[in-house]
Write a protein that binds this ligand. Structure first.
Ligand code: GDP
Ligand code: MG
Length: 444
């Protein structure tokens, strides 16, 4: 989601990382490029200027003469300052988690993704509870009386989530809010997620209505839903909502599209409230909590292995995970394991979506065509392994000429392609053995 920005940061940092010491002139030209990259990501000029000045001050001190720095220092300073810019390190605290009971009110312009996000939140709370074998009383309700189908839309989503839904018989937003809150209290609802109406533009009538609803519902959290595709203008919207109803944090949606992510970086500098999650698609599963330090890592090109492994956890069963990690640890990787890890990857998403989390991926400059090629390669690998017998999957050595011919036919590939897979697989086996020898599994 920070494609261009992390690509630019990566390029800038690779310039300095080739050097032993960084002189004043290097720092100045690096920061100039960082500035350009941030401006291109649609971050307002004032914020960018402030940011680069702070970094410069830290790296150059107040001295006038050349002051040499280590490349790592440049990287760490940028990382720290980027994290600060987005509201500081969260210490891995999931800001979406609130005490019980809580009312959450979602506000934002029409089409920003409020209703979808309400369902995503409900799904998340249900999932987290299910993982701990708990039952949670999560309820979705709407006070959107502007669009006739708005409440139906939420009801359908609640059905998908499998949480409670309540439709007030009231005919206006204010009475509905009163009714919903009273019902939730009496029904012992633990998380009430309140969806509200939004307009195309900020207008006083909408804000006035939200103020009244806030007074009635007394939400523990009011979260602003922002369309990530809108750009700088969304920051002004945030300011107005914040002034009217007091925002506790923001959720930026549609980050699955190729957008710069400027709003995520600039929001905290604008209203001193952080972005706490991002929407990564239209489905109820597509919500990802956001941690400033991890985003900073992604932008700098350090990757975001933590988020990737959390996504893995959410789609892979414990048994699958144990099986793979056991074979990794024993150093006896087979084609069977290889296939299983490919299946896991398939569950997380496309190769393109995975790459965003890997260290240095921004610098690889992978084109959509290259990613597509990679997907094709993976499909071929899958087909080859699936055409092997269980015995062959356990021991690649069994694959003689006749067997290869049979597998090639089954998978619709050439014998050369099988040979190349086998040799790549043997390399991986070597690598796993090496890791095991050096006891390097802390990485996994
Ligand atoms: P609301 O008017 O603020 O309630 O917005 P909706 O929740 O109805 O969403 C408006 C449109 O944006 C719908 O078509 C959603 O499917 C879509 N949408 C919402 N969140 C996301 C997201 O994270 N990614 C993508 N691709 N689409 C989204
Ligand atoms: Mg809506």
């Amino acid at each position: 989601m920070f494609g261009t920005l992390s690509e630019k940061f990566g390029a800038v940092l690779s310039l300095v990382s080739g050097k032993k010491k960084i002189e004043r002139a290097d720092i100045e030209s690096t920061l100039e490029q960082v500035k350009q990259a941030m401006l291109q990501a649609d971050i307002p000029y004032d914020i960018v200027k402030n940011f680069t000045e702070k970094v410069a001050q830290q790296l150059l001190g107040h001295t006038r003469g050349p002051k040499a720095q280590l490349p790592e220092q440049v990287m760490v300073t940028l990382y720290r300052q980027l994290t600060e810019l987005m509201g500081g390190a969260s210490g891995n605290l999931d800001k979406l988690l609130l005490p019980i009971p809580s009312t959450i009110m979602l506000v934002g312009l029409q089409g920003s993704g409020k209703t979808t996000t309400a369902a995503k939140l409900a799904y998340r709370y249900m999932q987290l509870a299910a993982k701990q074998n708990k039952k949670r009383y999560v309820m979705l309700a709407s006070v959107d009386y502007d669009r006739p189908a708005a409440i139906d839309q939420l009801e359908i989503l609640a059905g998908q989530v499998g949480c409670q839904f309540y439709r007030s018989q009231a005919t206006d937003a204010i009475s509905a809010a009163k009714d919903i809150v009273a019902y939730a209290k009496q029904a012992g609802i633990e998380y009430l997620i309140l969806d509200t109406a939004g307009r195309m533009h900020v207008d006083q009538e909408m804000l006035g209505q939200l103020k009244s609803i806030t007074a009635i519902a007394k939400p523990r959290a009011t979260w602003l839903v922002i369309d990530g595709m809108v750009g700088q203008q969304s920051l002004m919207v945030a300011r107005e909502f914040h002034a009217a109803v007091g925002i506790d944090g923001a959720i930026v949606t549609k980050m699955d599209s190729e957008v710069g992510g400027g709003a995520i970086i600039a929001l905290y500098a604008t209203i001193a409230k952080p972005v706490i999650a991002v929407g990564q698609g239209e489905k109820i599963q597509d919500l990802e909590p956001l941690y400033a330090e991890r985003i900073a890592q992604r932008i700098i090109g350090m990757g975001d292995i933590k988020t990737l492994s959390e996504r893995l956890e959410s789609v892979v069963t414990k048994a699958e995970e144990d099986k793979i990690s056991a074979s990794f640890k024993s150093g006896s990787l087979t084609f069977e394991d290889f296939l299983a890890s490919l299946e896991m990857m398939k569950k997380i998403g496309s190769l393109g979506s995975l790459l965003k989390y890997l260290p240095g991926a921004g610098q690889l400059k992978l084109t959509p065509e290259m990613i597509q090629q990679g997907e094709q390669d993976l499909r071929r690998v899958r087909a080859i392994i699936q055409s092997m017998t269980p015995k062959e999957r356990k021991s690649a050595k069994l694959l003689d000429g006749t067997r290869k011919l049979r597998v090639a036919k089954g998978a619709g590939v050439t014998v050369e392609q099988i040979d190349s897979l086998v040799s790549r697989f043997e390399q991986t086996q070597q690598f796993v053995k090496l890791l095991k020898k050096n006891n390097n599994f802390a990485l996994f």
